[in-house]
Design a protein around this ligand. Sequence first.
Ligand SMILES: Nc1ncnc2c1ncn2[C@@H]1O[C@H](COP(=O)(O)OP(=O)(O)O)[C@@H](O)[C@H]1O
Ligand SMILES: [Mg+2]
Length: 258
Amino acid sequence: MVASSISVRTQKLNLWYGTFQALFDVDLEIKQGIITSLIGPSGCGKSTLLRCMNRINERLGYVRTEGRVDIDGQNIYAEEIELAQLRKQVGMVFQRPNPLPISIRDNVLFGTRIHTPKADKLSKEQEEEVLEGALREVLLWDNVKDRLDDTATRLSLEEQQKLCIARLLPLKPSVILMDEPCSALDPKATEAVEELIWQMRGTYTIVLVTHNMAQARRASDECVFMLMGKMIEHTETADLFVTPKDSRTADYIEGRYG
Ligand SMILES: Nc1ncnc2c1ncn2[C@@H]1O[C@H](COP(=O)(O)OP(=O)(O)O)[C@@H](O)[C@H]1O
Ligand SMILES: [Mg+2]
């Protein structure tokens, strides 16, 4: 068997919000091209850990991070890292879909337009190609191709969340972070978005935070169980739910807490 390559590696990762320590010595290796979910009770640090992977925690002045995060072999906390570049390489999707209040077309093209130097500006035809490619990839093209100039915020929540995924794609991310991407959706929309995420495996490395264990079970290849800022167990999803190694994991999946 060929050893799969590691896309995201954290080493001795510690994080403080002011004096409160939220992550403790997290050592984690996330494999390239699969879906890894982060699970654990509310407040255990799932979102915090996810947000270390694109350094978005640092928007808060009182956050301090120690340790190391490497993505595609590069230390993303190194001095020479440009945050704008990092955020292209590592896309993020949030709980509530947050399209901009502009057209569907402009949402998808927004990132490319601001990141492309003036000299390399895409032609109208090239833009249309990028637009169609991204919307097809998220299974939205047929739905919206006749109303690309409609305001994105008028779409259904399912469509909005797919659009939020679509707008990352023209930037050619290698990793996509998703923080409870279905929590605002009804069951049918959840199923549709899960199907989409599943289809994106292989092309992207996906890290999915979920508090929904059924979702973790259905929609991820590997699972990381966290508790009070520590990583307790990381294994293939099927094994985690059937033969957890740590008694704390077993307690959690049996619903004894959180
Ligand atoms: N912006 C913040 N400022 C201060 N403390 C925070 C902040 N965000 C999260 N925390 C704290 O850090 C811990 C982990 O939170 P979080 O990563 O959001 O957990 P989860 O996503 O697993 O529910 C919690 O105790 C939470 O209260
Ligand atoms: Mg969270």
